[in-house]
Design a protein around this ligand. Structure first.
Ligand code: PRX
Length: 676
């Protein structure tokens, strides 16, 4: 490749000749707003390029082209890394993304039989001689608590747990809910499910009992694995009590680890007791490639969370390859992703992707600022972390505490970020202060639904622009459409899906089709705004639907509004986002109170508590404002654009002629200063 410009040009859709002109397109972003960055390019360091899997931009372009032009050969090569009890009888990928042509579906390696747990544990222990290799350095909430878990130890714990689940009656296809903090038992239980073909549904241990209950009921889980309590910083959180509250409304059994706690001997079992007389031998259940591996709930714009379903083979291939290439994984790496396994980042890049590669990872139970603000840097120094993956919200938080982490960070080679758009200021601090200007920052854009990275730099190949997720990963072609479904740049043409894309919404395929495929037939719609600059770099600008991204966690406005209106004082509520220095976005709520109620501190406090209780602490509103009336169109639709501008104190509101009563706006501005 003669120049970057030329290489980038060759990435534009118009630059490809299709072998199969009937293929139809996939990943879509919508509407663009960000001004073009004229900033500097940050080039990969030559020493990283020397032994990288994708050593330069032309290699990336070559592999990318192959992934689109010959996906069969491309993914077959990846599949050859793994153990298949029975080979595939169908092609690597089959799909339909166009609802006008029948049901939406994606299949990877139809006919193949395999087991995820076998591939991420037994394969390394038996075939790869990695029994003694550290799978996880577990670091507790308190620095005094830590332990090391090898691949061999993992395999035996997972088999014991699998046998306990079997003894409890869990069979292939049954669902198991997991409500655990970041302790090794969380990974053991996920893999035990994978081993016996049960479908795990991990619920983030910061969710409330109502949220937990809703997820258990939707998945119809027969077992819940939880813990009596966890310290998050100085705060003790009684997860068993929350679980008991959730279970009061369900028929499930509970299976528990750690400490003293109220007990229902008909229903509850101790982890340690159950595990102690359980065998270490457990033959894996050989599953079909398209059998479900897990359900993970993500917020939906209607308010009810969606149970995103991922299946065995495609998810294995995709998390394996993205982890290997995006973090340029090598055998001696110590990798650390600070996410919680309760979210997709933890599923793909703490559990499955790293284990599929035989990697050594840090598993961290704590928070960045406990017992001191240097905890992240201390852990990097302690374990000599080489690849570090965190969220913009954590970077912004730690930026506030000073310019120089006072620890030895010289082991670091690659930095990663995920979850929300990263502002260039935070990117540059991360790059210069944490990475000491020698570690590429991979800004990975993806979703629960995509299973793995879809837009991302490759650290030794891609020149970086701060704030841009740069280019597509192999197999993915991003396209930007305007609201009429027209391509903004390049031609609308189509490709295969990537293997890791979700297959359905649990027990609701119609919702899957309607949410992601209905609006623009032939495309998977991400729901994010984006633009592509003159060099072909993608810039994600945030959600364009009624979703909020608070500290990298998606919340739906409808879900928070539903919680607020449960209060007897509230007749109507509308929630919008407002920029926040650390969290990226925060919740700004407008509430209309019933006639006899006064908007006072007590009501505001009750409303905040109510939202915490119904959804969880991540959804706690930052601001609640009195709204004697909401700005509505004549047909009664709330104009959220106006509410967003009021929340941000933007006075120039543009055209208000569609409002039924424009005076409402003045009143809302006058009430703004009393928001609390
Ligand atoms: O809005 C995008 C944002 O997070 C959304 C997906 O959220 P979730 O399914 O919870 O998964 C988060 C972790 C993968 C996206 O629709 N998002 C994620 N990564 C980025 C991002 N926005 C900008 N840049 C990113 N790197």
């Amino acid at each position: 490749v003669a120049s970057l410009q030329e290489a980038l040009f060759s990435l534009h859709p118009a630059g490809f000749t299709r072998k199969d002109s009937t293929l139809k397109t996939q990943l879509v972003c919508l509407i663009m707003v960000v001004p073009e960055s004229q900033g500097e390019l940050y080039h990969p360091p030559p020493d990283l390029q020397r032994d990288a899997h994708v050593p330069d931009f032309s290699s990336y372009v070559g592999m990318y082209k192959k992934s689109l032009e010959n996906p069969e050969a491309f993914w077959k090569e990846v599949a050859d890394e793994f153990f298949w009890k029975k080979p595939a009888t169908g092609p690597m990928l089959q799909y339909n993304f166009d609802a006008t042509k029948g049901n939406i579906f994606v299949k990877c390696m139809e006919g193949a039989k395999t087991n995820m747990c076998y591939n991420v544990l037994d394969r390394h222990v038996r075939e790869g001689n990695l029994s003694e290799k550290v799978a996880y350095y577990w670091e507790g909430n308190s620095p005094e608590h830590h332990t090391t878990i090898t691949y061999g130890q993992m395999l035996s714990s997972v088999c014991r747990c699998a046998n306990v689940l079997k003894r409890m009656g869990v069979r292939k296809g049954d669902r198991v809910s997991i409500y655990l903090p970041m302790i090794p038992e969380l990974v053991y239980t996920m893999l035990a499910c994978a081993r016996i073909g049960a479908v795990h549904s991990v619920v983030f241990a910061g969710f409330s009992s109502d949220s937990l209950c809703e997820r258990i009921m939707d998945a119809q889980s027969s077992v819940l694995v939880t813990v009596d309590g966890v310290y998050r910083g100085d705060k003790l959180i009684n997860l068993k009590q929350i679980s008991d509250e959730a279970l009061e409304k369900t028929t499930s059994r509970i299976y528990i680890s750690r400490f003293q706690t109220p007990w229902d001997s008909e229903r509850d079992e101790w982890w340690d007791e159950a595990m102690s007389d359980s065998s270490e031998d457990c033959e894996p259940e050989w599953l079909d490639a398209e059998d479900p591996l897990f359900i993970l709930y993500t917020s939906g714009s209607t308010g009810k969370p969606k149970g995103v379903v991922h299946t065995v083979a495609g998810y294995l291939l995709y998390t394996f390859l993205t982890f290997k290439c995006v973090f340029d994984y090598h055998h001696d790496d110590v990798y650390w992703c600070t996410a919680d396994i309760g979210w997709i980042t933890g599923h793909s890049y703490i559990t499955y992707g790293p284990l599929a590669n035989g990697a050594t990872s840090v598993l961290f139970e704590g928070i960045p600022v406990h017992p001191h603000v240097g905890r992240f840097w201390e852990i990097i120094e302690k374990y000599k972390v080489t690849k570090f993956y965190t969220a913009p919200t954590a970077i912004r938080l730690l930026m506030k505490y000073g310019q120089e982490p006072l620890y030895d960070l010289s082991s670091l080679r690659i930095l990663g970020t995920v979850g929300e758009p990263i502002n260039p200021e935070a990117w540059l601090w991360y790059y210069k202060t944490v990475g000491q200007s020698r570690c590429p920052v991979v800004d990975t854009f993806w979703q629960t639904e995509t299973g793995g990275h879809v837009l991302t730099p490759l650290p030794a190949a891609t020149p970086l622009k701060p704030g841009s997720a740069t280019f597509p990963f192999f197999g993915v072609e991003p396209t930007i459409l305007n609201e009429h479904g027209e391509e903004v740049e390049g031609e609308a043409e189509g490709y295969l899906p990537w293997p890791g894309i979700m297959r359905t919404v649990y027990e609701n395929h119609e919702r899957f089709e309607n949410t992601y495929f209905k609006k623009f037939p032939g495309f998977y719609v991400t729901g994010d705004g984006a633009r592509r600059d003159k060099d072909g770099y993608f810039w994600i600008t945030g959600r364009i639907d009624d979703m909020l991204n608070v500290s990298g966690h998606l919340l739906s406005t409808a879900e928070v509004e539903a919680a607020l209106t449960l209060h007897s004082a509230v007749s109507e509520a509308a929630v919008v986002s407002r920029p926040h220095q650390v969290k990226g976005e925060c919740l700004y709520c407008f509430v209309t109170l019933k006639d006899s109620w006064e908007f006072d501190k007590k009501t505001v406090a009750e409303l905040k508590t109510l939202v915490r209780e119904k959804i969880g602490p991540i959804a706690t509103p930052d601001f609640i404002q009195n709204a004697p009336a909401l700005p509505k169109t004549r047909s009664g639709k709330i104009m959220r654009r106006i509410l967003r501008q009021i929340a941000r104190n933007e006075k120039d509101l543009g055209d208000l002629s569609t409002l039924a009563d424009p005076k409402v706006v003045e009143v809302l501005f006058s009430q703004r200063s009393k928001a609390a």
